[in-house]
Ligand binder design. Structure first.
Ligand SMILES: CCCCCCCCCCCCC/C=C/C(=O)SCCNC(=O)CCNC(=O)[C@H](O)C(C)(C)COP(=O)(O)OP(=O)(O)OC[C@H]1O[C@@H](n2cnc3c(N)ncnc32)[C@H](O)[C@@H]1OP(=O)(O)O
Ligand SMILES: Cc1cc2nc3c(=O)[nH]c(=O)nc-3n(C[C@H](O)[C@H](O)[C@H](O)COP(=O)(O)OP(=O)(O)OC[C@H]3O[C@@H](n4cnc5c(N)ncnc54)[C@H](O)[C@@H]3O)c2cc1C
Length: 616
C-alpha cells in the first residue's frame, strides 16, 4: 500500500509541478502545491506520504531557516530533489513540547551538534513519511550548550543516503505499524545515536548558536511553533473538504434511495423527504460551507502574519495562534462527528467500503489529534481567553477576532428576545462571554488561593473548555453572518442565490442555538413560546433547503474519482455500482470458496456424525 501511495503521490506531484509552471511560472506560491496536495490526498485513499514534506518540511526550511540555509536545503526540498518530514513528536511526548527528550549538544571544538534520542521514549514517533519515504527530516530537539538547556531548536538531518536510500550510520528508522486509516503515509520512528550535524544545520532565522557557542535567543520563542500553526490552518480547510465530500455522497444517495412511505398507500419516497433525514444531511452541507469560509479567512490571516513574521513583526502571532487553534479544533471535531452522522444516514450501504464514507472518516478523524490534540488546544484557547478577560477588566482593547467579548461585557442584561439572526448570533456570543466570566472567576479564585497558573488551568479545565468551544461557535457563526448579510459582493448575487445563502445562515444559527440551548439559557431568559417558534423555523428551513441540497453539493464540484463512492456518483447509478464493486471482491472469483473443503465441510460432517452418535 505504501509503495502504491508513493507512486501515486509522485505522479500527482509531477502533474502538479507542470500545472504550477503553467499557471504560476517560477512562482514560489505554495498554494497551488497545497491545492495539489489536497487533490493528491483526495486521490490517494490511504493518504499522501508526501503531505508532511509539502506542508511542514519545505515550509520550516523557508520560514525557520536563514536565506543561506534555504539556498542549501530549501530549494532542493521545494523541487522535490530531497524528501523530508517534520520530526517533533516522540514515543513518550507529543503535547508537552517542553518535555521532549531528544537532545542536541553543541560541540564548539568541531562546530557541530551531537544529536541523540537518549531513551526509547525519546525516539521520534509518528512523523509522516518518516518510515520509508523520507531521506531528510526537521529534527526537533532540546538545545544544550555546555549542558545548559536553551529550549527547542530545529535541525536539518539527513537520515538516508540520497543514492541508496540506506539509513545512515547512527540512524535507526522504520515504520510504526498499521493505523485505522492513512496506511499509505508510512508514519515512522527515528532514533539517533551520537549523530553529528554541522552548526549550520540548525535552523537559525530566529535564534542562533554562534561558532564560539554563544546563544542568541529568539525575540519571540513561540515563532518556533509556526510550522504547526500553518498545518492547523490547513486542517481547517482540509477537514471542511472531507465533510463536504461526505455530505455530497450522502445527499446524492438520499435522493436515489427510496424507503418507507410517508403517507399510507403512497409510493416509497426518496429518503431525503423524511424530515429526520433532512436533519441528518442538510445541516452537514451547511457546516461544510461555513467552515470552508472560515478556513479561507484563516488562510488569509496566516499569509498576512507570515509576511509580517518574515519582517520580524510578531505582533499578530497571538491572534493567529488563537484562531488557528480554535478553528482546527472546531473543524476537526465537527467534520469527524458529521461524517459519522452522514454514514449512518446511508443505512447499511453506508457501511460498505464501496461507499467510501468509512475511509473519509478515517482520513478526517486523526485531525482531532495531530497538530495539537483538540482538548489541549481548547485549554490553550481557554488560557488566552483568560488573558483577554483581564484586558477587558482593565478596559483595554482586544484583538479583532475577540472584539465581541468587549462589547458583550458591557451589556448588563440581554435585550428583548426577537429571534432575529442578529439576536441568535448575539445570544451565542453572550453565552460565550458569560462562560468566560465564570471560568475566570474559578480560575482567578484558584490563583488567589495560591494555586500555580498551570494547576489553576487544570482544575478550571472544564469551564475553560466550554468557554473556548463557545468562542469557536461565536467566531464561525459571526464570520458566516458577515459573509451572507454584509458581504461587499452581496449585490453581485442573484436574489435566488442570496435566498439560498440566507436559508443556510438561518439553519446554521438555529442549529447552533439548539446545540447550545443549555449554555444560552444559563444567561438569557427565553420563553417556551420563543423556543417553540425556533423549532418551527428549523423544520421550515429544512423544507426550504431540501430542493437545493443536490445543487449545493454539486457546487462543491467533486469529481467522481475524488469521492470514490458507489453511493455518491454523479450519475446516480448506485445499485449497479454497488453490485459491480461486490462482484470484484476476491471471494466472488470462485463459486465454491477454498475454505469449504479445508474447513467448513469437515466441521459440518463432524457435527453430523456426533449428532448420529448421540442418537444411538
Ligand atoms: C489545502 C489543503 C492541503 C492538504 C492539507 C492537509 C492538512 C493536514 C495534513 C496531515 C499532516 C499531519 C501532520 C501532523 C504533524 C504533527 O502533528 S506535528 C506535531 C504537532 N504537535 C503539536 O501541535 C504539539 C502541541 N503542543 C503545543 O503546541 C504546545 O505545547 C502548547 C500546548 C501550545 C503549549 O505551549 P507551551 O509553550 O508548552 O506553553 P504555554 O504556556 O501554553 O505557551 C506559552 C506562550 O506561547 C504561546 N503559544 C503557544 N503556542 C503558540 C503558537 N503556536 N504560536 C504562537 N504563540 C503560541 C501561548 O499562547 C503562551 O503565550 P503567553 O500566555 O502570552 O505567554
Ligand atoms: C495521523 C497522525 C499523523 C501525525 N503526524 C505527525 C508528524 O508528521 N510529525 C509529528 O511530529 N507528529 C505527528 N503526529 C503526532 C501528533 O502530533 C501527536 O499525536 C499529538 O501531538 C498528540 O500527542 P500524543 O499522541 O503524544 O498524545 P499525548 O500528548 O500523550 O496526549 C494524550 C492524551 O492526554 C491528554 N492530555 C495531554 N496533555 C494534556 C493537557 N495538557 N491537559 C489535558 N489533557 C491532556 C489528552 O486527552 C490527549 O489526547 C501525528 C499523529 C497522527 C495521529
Amino acid at each position: 500500500m505504501a509503495s502504491m501511495s508513493v507512486k501515486h503521490a509522485i505522479a500527482a506531484a509531477k502533474k502538479l509541478r507542470s500545472l504550477q509552471e503553467r499557471f504560476n511560472p517560477g512562482g514560489s506560491d505554495i498554494y497551488p502545491a497545497l491545492m495539489g496536495d489536497e487533490a493528491i490526498t483526495a486521490l490517494i485513499p490511504s493518504g499522501n506520504p508526501l503531505s508532511v514534506h509539502i506542508l511542514m518540511f519545505t515550509r520550516a526550511l523557508r520560514e525557520q531557516g536563514t536565506d543561506e540555509q534555504y539556498e542549501k536545503f530549501g530549494r532542493r526540498a521545494d523541487n522535490n530533489e530531497i524528501i523530508g518530514t517534520f520530526a517533533q513528536t516522540e514515543l513518550g511526548h507529543g503535547t508537552y513540547l517542553r518535555g521532549l527528550e531528544a537532545r542536541a549538544d553543541y560541540d564548539r571544538g568541531t562546530e557541530e551538534f551531537v544529536l541523540n534520542t537518549p531513551k526509547l521514549s525519546s525516539y521520534k514517533w509518528w512523523p509522516g513519511g518518516l518510515g520509508q519515504t523520507c531521506n531528510y527530516c526537521i529534527f526537533v530537539a532540546q538545545l544544550y550548550i555546555d549542558n545548559e538547556a536553551k529550549g527547542m531548536a530545529m535541525f536539518v538531518v539527513q537520515i538516508r543516503d540520497e543514492e541508496t536510500h540506506m539509513p545512515l550510520p547512527g540512524v535507526h528508522v522504520g515504520e510504526i505499524g498499521k493505523k485505522m486509516g492513512l496506511n499509505g503515509v508510512n508514519n515512522g520512528f527515528l532514533g539517533l545515536k551520537d549523530y553529528r550535524v554541522p552548526r549550520l544545520n540548525m535552523l537559525m532565522r530566529h535564534q542562533q548558536v554562534l561558532p564560539d557557542g554563544r546563544f542568541v535567543k529568539s525575540p519571540v520563542s513561540q515563532v518556533s511553533y509556526f510550522p504547526m500553526v500553518f498545518v492547523r490552518c490547513m486542517v481547517a480547510r482540509q477537514n471542511s473538504n472531507y465533510l463536504a465530500q461526505a455530505a455530497t455522497i450522502a445527499t446524492r444517495y438520499s435522493v436515489i434511495r427510496r424507503q418507507s412511505p410517508i403517507e399510507e398507500g403512497q409510493p416509497e419516497p426518496k429518503i431525503l423527504e423524511h424530515l429526520t433525514q433532512q436533519m441528518k444531511v442538510i445541516p452537514e452541507i451547511v457546516t461544510a460551507v461555513v467552515y470552508r469560509l472560515a478556513a479561507a479567512n484563516l488562510q488569509n490571516m496566516y499569509n498576512e502574519t507570515a509576511e509580517a513574521v518574515y519582517r520580524k513583526d510578531f505582533s499578530r502571532l497571538p491572534e493567529l495562534h488563537a484562531l488557528a487553534c480554535i478553528l482546527k479544533v472546531a473543524t476537526s471535531y465537527d467534520s469527524t462527528y458529521g461524517i459519522e452522522r452522514l454514514r449512518q444516514a446511508c443505512g447499511g450501504h453506508g457501511y460498505l467500503t464501496a461507499g467510501n464514507l468509512g475511509n473519509i472518516f478515517a482520513m478526517a478523524a486523526p485531525a482531532c489529534t495531530y497538530e495539537g490534540e483538540n482538548s489541549v488546544l481548547y485549554l490553550q484557547v481557554g488560557k488566552i481567553l483568560m488573558k483577554n478577560w483581564s484586558q477587558v477588566l482593565a478596559g483595554r482593547e482586544l484583538m479583532p477576532s475577540m472584539a465581541y467579548i468587549s462589547e458583550c461585557s458591557k451589556m448588563t442584561s440581554f435585550p428583548q428576545w426577537t429571534g432575529s439572526w442578529e439576536c441568535l448570533l448575539k445570544a451565542i456570543q453572550y453565552a460565550c462571554v458569560g462562560s468566560i466570566r465564570l471560568a475566570f472567576q474559578s480560575y482567578n479564585a484558584r490563583v488567589q488561593s495560591a494555586q500555580s497558573q498551570t494547576a489553576a488551568v487544570n482544575y478550571s479545565g472544564l469551564e475553560l473548555t466550554k468557554a473556548a468551544e463557545l468562542h469557536g461557535r461565536s467566531y464561525v457563526a459571526g464570520n458566516f453572518y458577515q459573509q451572507i448579510v454584509n458581504s461587499p459582493n452581496k449585490h453581485q448575487r442573484s436574489p435566488q442565490f442570496q435566498k439560498v445563502l440566507e436559508n443556510m445562515l438561518e439553519l446554521h444559527l438555529i442549529q447552533i442555538f439548539f446545540r447550545h440551548l443549555g449554555d444560552i439559557l444559563r444567561f438569557i431568559r427565553i420563553t417556551e413560546d420563543e423556543i417553540s417558534a425556533l423549532q418551527r423555523r428549523l423544520e421550515e428551513v429544512l423544507k426550504e433547503l431540501r430542493p437545493d441540497a443536490v445543487a449545493i453539493t454539486d457546487a462543491f464540484d467533486f469529481n467522481d474519482k475524488i469521492l470514490s463512492s458507489a453511493l455518491g456518483c454523479y450519475d446516480g447509478n448506485v445499485y449497479e455500482r454497488l453490485f459491480e464493486a461486490a462482484l470484484k471482491h476476491p471471494l466472488n472469483r470462485k463459486s465454491v470458496p477454498d475454505f469449504f473443503e479445508a474447513h467448513l465441510k469437515p466441521f459440518m460432517k463432524e457435527n453430523a456424525d456426533n449428532a448420529k452418535k448421540s442418537k444411538l
